[in-house]
Design a protein around this ligand. Structure first.
Ligand SMILES: *Cc1c(COP(=O)(O)O)cnc(C)c1O
Length: 399
């Protein structure tokens, strides 16, 4: 018998991953995350990041980080509830609340952490959580940590959501409806006006995880709630500071009562040290930039539409996307991975996404266009998509 400390039980599972062809090594970036990157020693056009606005390596954010480090140091030194709550964290929360046009914002170390901490803090035994079936993994984990009962509605299916509400509402104290604002694999937007109407009709609370909507949708990136003009009608709006905002962190926007309660009972604030000053300083610059001008979000949408149009004209299937997330649906899993590999060889990095992340037979490469891409880079990428698409017989009428 082998020694358990050799972790043979994990070795077996790793071997199984290799047999299924899903074992992978992480690609290594030799520099900042930008429109063009040095990846494993090769210069390629980057169509895989969540750096929507090109903020991750922006000089103003870097300067904000440096200034914050000089004043506050490298780390917060304690959890916020003891002595890690710095003026820069309070400043960040006030600025975010102003930006989001909500009463209050409570920050977290990441978007993931925000879902893990918030959902369990605002729900209890005797409550029901109703969640869209395509919600993000961190919501699923967050829901698992709650003592509430749970139900799942079919993706964006309002009839199904209403059926669950009609059937179950009476049995519970509070009901919390949770949805992504923008769904990350297809780029479709939640039917938020209808969800809010149903929530009001059945006296349910609403919780929108707007990780892919923050910095993208609404006025200068204020998000999906702003896009639909629903301020004040969504109880909890989650945003990430790690995608369009370009740094790291997460937050929930809502009422002052929400803020007070999370401050006392959200486990990531009680048991985990908060954002480092550098992150807070950089994020403050990013939010100020969005409050000063819409030029970043304007360019993001212009680039996204330009690229989508280019792929669409060639005959690629870009699915149901309503946002800069541009899936190119290939179908077969192996073919999808091969497509991604050949694009990389020709100088475009776009990751292949297959089962179990998306349903079987709907493999796709997911293109993430940013404000930082030049038209020339996008033209070049479209040309490479055409070459590889014809070579692999993905585009009809290849010549
Ligand atoms: C990316 C993502 C998160 C996690 O955000 P991080 O800040 O990277 O931890 C949470 N929810 C959704 C819907 C996301 O897309």
């Amino acid at each position: 018998m082998s020694n358990v400390h050799e972790l043979g039980f994990l070795r077996e599972k790793i071997e199984a991953l290799k047999e299924q062809g899903v074992y992978r090594k992480l690609p290594v970036l030799q520099g900042a995350n930008e429109a063009k990157i040095l990846l494993d020693g090769k210069e390629v056009i980057n169509l895989s990041s969540n750096n929507y606005l090109g903020f991750a390596n922006h000089p103003r954010l870097k300067q904000g980080a440096i200034s914050a480090v000089e004043k506050y140091g490298a780390g917060a030194g304690a959890v916020r509830t003891i002595v890690g709550n710095m003026a820069i964290h309070e400043e960040l929360e006030k600025l975010l609340a102003e930006f989001k046009r909500e009463e209050a914002v409570f920050i977290y170390q990441s978007g993931f952490n925000c879902n893990a901490g918030t959902i369990q803090a605002i729900t209890d035994k005797g409550d029901l959580i109703i969640s869209d079936e395509l919600n993000h993994a961190s919501i699923i984990d967050g829901v698992r940590l709650s003592r509430a009962d749970r139900a799942v509605f079919r993706h964006s299916d309002m009839d199904h959501l209403e059926q669950i509400l009609a059937e179950k509402r009476q049995e519970y104290n509070n009901v919390l409806i949770i949805t992504d604002g923008v769904f990350s694999m297809d780029g479709d937007i939640a039917k938020l006006p209808e969800i809010v109407e149903l929530a009001e009709k059945y006296e349910a609370l609403t919780y929108v995880d707007d990780a892919h909507g923050s910095g993208v949708l609404g006025e200068s990136g204020r998000g999906t709630v702003d896009h639909f003009g629903l301020q004040g009608r969504v109880d909890f709006t989650i945003g990430t500071l790690s995608k369009a905002i370009g740094v790291v962190g997460g937050y929930v926007a809502g009422s002052k009562t929400m803020y007070e309660w999370l401050n006392h009972r959200s486990r990531p604030v009680l048991f985990s040290t908060t954002l480092p000053p550098a992150a807070a300083g950089a994020i403050i610059e990013a939010i100020k930039m969005l409050m000063e001008t819409t030029e970043y979000t304007d360019r993001l949408w212009e680039n996204a539409n330009y690229f989508k149009q280019g792929l669409g004209q060639l005959g690629f299937n870009t699915g149901q996307s309503e946002t800069p997330i541009t899936p190119v649906i290939i179908g077969d899993e192996a073919k999808t991975m091969e497509f991604s590999q050949q694009l990389l060889e020709k100088g475009v990095f776009v990751s292949g996404i297959v089962f179990p992340t998306v349903p079987r037979g709907t493999g796709r490469v997911r293109c993430m266009v940013t404000a930082a891409h030049s038209k020339e880079q996008l033209d070049q990428a479209v040309e490479i998509f055409e070459q590889v698409g014809q070579k692999m017989g993905i585009l009809a009428g290849g010549h």
